[in-house]
Design a binder for this molecule. Structure first.
Ligand SMILES: C[S@@+](CC[C@H](N)C(=O)[O-])C[C@H]1O[C@@H](n2cnc3c(N)ncnc32)[C@H](O)[C@@H]1O
Length: 211
């Protein structure tokens, strides 16, 4: 993995103080640039990985897809994409921004997903959701991210990183290597786990797993 190329959250992510994600999406109105993680384009680290990935397109699931750019990138590459978010406003924006899209956008809860998604996807993409959920739900969140990966399928994860022994006191609650290790307890094998550090010192993990 190359140098970090996206800088989500370095300052803006800790500056919002509304109650939840739906409230945040609703509060910005038409001004989507005010959504702290919105880049109005696909995640560069995901794109870099997809560019080097030999696997053919298949069924893909984008977890907590936000405004839809990563889902659209996968669809552009030929994947049959389902993408979901808990926020109705976010999913509304996906449909509005990409009216011709082949992506199946759905409002759904990662922690209570449709049963038919279990083991149904050749590629699952998770960007910045585990870190966004309350710490008490982290084991459940890791299990829920792993569950849709089909036999032989892959999981791509990017998240804020923290050392195993570091306290998690500031939202968005960075993820530790030990917590990412829980994916192996969910039947996945770690293919790679890299750490990026931006110039300002923000640390990210990029993990690839396979079932
Ligand atoms: C930090 S944002 C990242 C969005 C997107 N993955 C990206 O990289 O631009 C976290 C997203 O998780 C969504 N979210 C939070 N809790 C969720 C849940 N339980 N199920 C599904 N989505 C959830 C939020 O609405 C928000 O869109």
């Amino acid at each position: 993995m190359g140098q970090p190329t996206d800088s989500f959250g370095e300052d803006a992510v800790t500056s919002w103080d509304v109650a939840g994600f739906e409230e945040l999406y609703a509060s910005v109105g038409e001004d989507l640039d005010q959504v702290p993680w919105a880049r109005m384009g696909p995640n560069p680290t995901l794109v870099e990985w997809l560019d080097t990935r030999p696997a053919p397109p298949g069924r893909a699931l984008v977890i907590a897809c936000g405004l839809g750019d990563d889902a659209e990138e996968l669809a552009r590459r030929g994947h049959r994409v389902t993408a979901f978010d808990l926020s109705e406003t976010a999913i509304g924006w996906c449909r509005k921004r990409f009216p011709q899209s082949d992506v199946d956008y759905q409002v759904a809860d990662l922690l209570d997903p449709p049963a038919q998604w279990a083991g149904a996807f050749d590629l699952v993409v998770e960007l910045y959701t585990i870190q966004s959920l309350p710490l008490g739900t982290r084991p459940q969140a890791v299990a829920a991210v792993a569950a849709p990966v089909a036999a032989g399928g892959a999981l791509f994860v990017r998240c804020f990183a923290r050392p195993d022994d570091a306290p998690v006191d500031v939202r968005p609650w960075p993820v530790s290597r030990a917590e990412l290790g829980w994916f192996t307890g969910e039947g996945l094998t770690e293919v790679s786990l890299a750490e990026d550090v931006t110039e300002s010192g923000t640390r990210f993990f990029v993990g690839v797993y396979r079932r």
